[in-house]
Ligand binder design. Structure first.
Ligand code: NDP
Ligand code: 2IT
Length: 449
């Protein structure tokens, strides 16, 4: 039985690898899910015969388009934009847009695949998608970013819509970019519609969306710690990244009485042993969201060490929250975290830990919350932004924060339902199966297409 399951997983991965050559991130994400879902399907022939997992792992549609724009020197620039519409069995495609210089289709495919499970876990009616461009907003002027976003949306608008596909932000796409994108959609269609989430509060945005991913990740960690009668108060926390997710993860960790000793960007990390204070966090927000500077400046400003080209995982800690990008915790980093006494990892980022790193976490018995569960608070509040837009009303911050708190606990419970083992909860298994079932049942009902 076990051998046959292992053989099925190997066959499945070999099929995915052959069908999608040179897409290591996509293979990695599918592999992780297959290891949970294929054993689960052993006594569920209806899912197996309908080849549901194989269908979820083949995107419904991928569009790619040229984005031409003019830089401040009047030179023509050309980038490539994409939208991966992975699966809309349970709702319109939903997921962020990522702008990074090195963006590859493999990364967007893994993100859109994971998003399908994550969105299902929120309990809201959202399918999975992701998009973006190989465009790096860093070092560009506001006007250049505006012209790029206008050109990007001039292509993208024909593939999206409030009932079709609703993008949002991700790495390199924050409030500024979403505003430019939304306004171009409005110009092109003459429609004021909830076609993007993460909008400004004056034009249909939701309270708590900015905070939701980071806060939600901390809530999820809090729920994991509760299962062992632990709390965040007094814990030493490592955070990576210093963008949207990291900033609000740090903020909520401070509310909960934790001591956050690191932050990072693509250049390296800072170590502030006394702990990032609310004042220093406000300084980081100003640095990253307004001045668009580097985290190394924190080290100069507050006279703490900066480690260029390194990640924070070798600093001793109680808990760790990777909030930057994929594959930032490798096996050796996972070993260092465990050896240094880290008791829980909650992923604010998508797929920050390699699969052999996850194995180390599981072997150590630590509380490990994978991104598709732990960081689902962002897209959950996006889903509620869509609801508010559809009803032409807006809820208060208190209301939304309470809903976010409840959604994260519901996701934790879903992970428990499908991932509980004799002496622990396997959150990877719980999140993968918990996200899979709703999508699979809808696909079964639809028949074959
Ligand atoms: P931001 O663009 O606001 O911040 C990204 C942060 O990650 C920056 O500090 C950036 O540094 C750092 N970073 C980016 N690329 C790399 C790299 N290759 N190596 C090291 N550091 C890097 O993005 P978000 O905070 O929105 O996203 C962070 C993570 O959270 C991503 O994995 C995203 O997919 C995930 N996520 C985001 C959600 C959201 O609502 N925004 C929801 C759920 C998940 P630098 O400034 O130098 O580029
Ligand atoms: O990875 C994610 O969940 C996001 N970037 C947020 C997606 C969304 O639609 O809010």
């Amino acid at each position: 039985m076990v051998d046959s399951v292992q053989a099925q997983i190997a066959d499945f991965i070999s099929l995915i690898t052959t069908r999608n050559p040179n897409e290591p991130e996509f293979h990695q994400a599918v592999h992780e899910v297959a290891c949970s879902v294929i054993p689960f399907m052993e006594d569920k022939p209806e899912y197996r015969e309908a080849r549901i997992l194989e269908r979820i792992a083949e995107p419904d549609r991928i569009v790619s388009f040229r984005v031409s724009w003019e830089d401040d020197q009047g030179r023509v620039q050309i980038n490539r934009g994409y939208r991966v519409q992975n699966n809309n069995a349970i709702g319109p495609y939903k997921g962020g847009l990522r702008f990074t210089g090195d963006l590859k289709l493999s990364v967007l495919k893994f993100l859109a695949f994971e998003q399908t499970f994550k969105n299902s876990l929120t309990g809201l009616p959202m399918g999975g998608g992701k998009g973006g461009a190989n465009f790096d907003p860093k070092g560009k002027s506001d006007r250049e970013v505006m012209r790029f976003c206008q050109s990007f949306m001039t292509q993208l608008f024909r593939y999206i819509g409030r009932h079709t596909d609703v993008p949002a932000g991700d790495i390199g796409v924050g409030a500024r970019e979403v505003s430019f994108l939304f306004s171009q959609y409005k110009r092109l269609t003459n429609e004021f519609a909830g076609v993007l989430t993460g909008k400004g509060l004056s034009f249909g945005g939701s309270q708590v969306r900015t905070e939701a991913t980071g806060y939600g990740t901390v809530y999820f960690m809090e729920d994991m710690l509760h299962t062992r009668n632990q709390a965040l108060e007094g814990k030493i926390a490592l955070v990576s990244g210093s963008g949207n997710v990291a900033q609000y993860a740090i903020e909520k960790l401070l509310h909960k009485g934790a001591r956050v000793v690191t932050a990072s960007d693509s250049g390296g990390f800072i170590h502030d042993p006394a702990g990032i204070t609310p004042e220093r966090l406000a300084w980081i927000k100003e640095l990253k969201n307004k001045r668009r500077g580097r985290i190394s400046e924190y080290a100069d400003e507050f006279n703490v060490p900066y480690f260029p080209g390194e990640r924070p995982w070798r600093v001793p800690c109680d808990v760790a929250l990777p909030c930057a990008t994929q594959n930032e915790i490798h096996r050796k980093d996972a070993i260092a975290l465990c050896e240094n006494g880290c008791m829980s990892v909650a992923e604010g980022a998508n797929m920050p830990t390699t699969n052999d790193g996850i194995d180390i976490f599981h072997e150590s018995g630590m509380l490990y919350g994978p991104g598709k569960a732990a960081n689902a608070g962002g897209v959950a509040i996006s889903g509620l932004e869509m609801s508010q837009n559809a009803m032409h009303l807006s809820w208060s911050a208190e209301e939304l924060n309470e809903r976010l708190r409840n959604i994260m606990t519901n996701i934790h419970e879903k992970c428990r339902e499908y991932g509980e083992e004799r002496d622990r909860i396997d959150y990877v298994k719980g999140a993968n199966i918990g996200g899979f079932v709703k999508v699979a049942d809808a696909m079964l009902a639809y028949g074959i297409h």
